[in-house]
Design a protein around this ligand. Structure first.
Ligand code: KG4
Ligand code: ZN
Length: 292
């Protein structure tokens, strides 16, 4: 709570603005660890009430999938792949608050798989950026890892088998040399890329059935894992054969940040979608629950 006060003060100072210059107060109200979500929601409600400004409750995932509209001129509908530490979903984004989940992970999220694999290899946290760097030097064909669910219809995914396969290889290896770690990182990242690319093609087919062209055929990569340049390139290549264009926010806007929540607030405010101060923070909150 103390940190929130100073963060708000500093943000206003940096923007050379006063609280009265602000149009509305938007805050993440879920999903996530409920302690932090409650603190943020309560603080935002207090601020909105004291400053007599509208309050807007933002779903964290909605923040991620709308961010690309902050930096690029993108119209609805579009297909989004949200890949973060807690989520991995293909979403048909039909409008503000109109979301249809086409497929999702049945176990670990992609970011979680990066983090857990980094832990198995004795690397730091978060694992994503570290693995991406080491993978640049390694051989992606050094280890053949499982391409879980890529032979199935639909676009659900699974990553826990991949993590387990890495654990087995690591347990069998006596010497965790630099070269071994680079090779396993490259093989792991390559396999993630293969799974996401193959599932993306199915997601595109499902999206095209739901949203008949013409539309702009935009594929928005969002969430912390979207910061990965290798995965961006690989997905771009895979979907371009289907006429889709990959758009990903700049790296600082991919991992969790306040701007994405403020932007989702702007989008909602423009449509008059504001919330009551009685809004309850939620630990679980599916994007599909936003469709009224
Ligand atoms: O969206 P985010 O900041 O927080 C959640 O909402 O979860 O995503 C964090 C996740 C972490 O699991 C982190 O390892 C992953 O994003 N990540 C990356 C990269 N940068 C962050 N994964 C792969 N490559 C990266 N460069
Ligand atoms: Zn996030």
């Amino acid at each position: 709570m103390r940190n929130l006060q100073s963060a708000v003060k500093r943000a206003l100072l940096d923007a050379k603005m006063d609280l009265q210059d602000i149009d509305a107060i938007a805050a993440t109200c879920g999903p996530g660890l409920i302690g932090g979500v409650i603190v943020g929601t309560m603080f935002a409600k207090g601020l909105a009430s004291a400053a007599k400004k509208p309050f807007i409750a933002i779903n964290h995932l909605e923040g991620h999938i709308l961010t690309a509209r902050l930096t690029s001129d993108i119209t609805f509908p579009y297909l989004s792949l949200l890949v973060s530490g807690g989520h991995c979903q293909f979403i048909a984004v039909l409008g503000i608050g109109e979301y249809k989940i086409l497929g999702e992970t049945l176990d670990d999220a992609v970011g979680e798989a990066f983090d857990k694999t980094a832990k198995i290899l004795g690397l730091g946290f978060p694992g994503g950026p570290i693995i991406e760097k080491l993978a640049m030097i390694g051989r992606h064909d050094a280890y053949i890892l499982p391409l879980s669910m890529t032979d199935r219809s639909g676009c659900d995914m699974s990553f826990s088998g991949l993590k387990t396969a890495v654990r087995r290889i690591v347990e069998e290896e006596r010497n965790l040399s630099k070269e071994f770690i680079q090779n396993i990182c490259a093989s792991f990242q390559y396999t993630i890329g293969e799974i996401l690319s193959s599932r993306a093609i199915n997601a595109i087919e499902m999206f095209e059935k739901m949203c008949h062209p013409p539309h702009d055929k935009n594929f928005i990569l969002s969430g912390g894992v979207a910061a990965n340049m290798y995965l961006r390139k690989k997905l771009q290549y895979a979907i371009s054969n289907h006429g889709f264009n990959l758009i990903a926010p700049e790296i600082s806007l991919c991992t969790d940040n306040g701007a994405m929540i403020a932007w989702a607030g702007c989008e909602r405010l423009k449509l008059g979608k504001v919330d009551d101060l009685s809004f309850c923070p939620k630990a679980r909150w599916s994007l599909e629950d936003l469709t009224k």
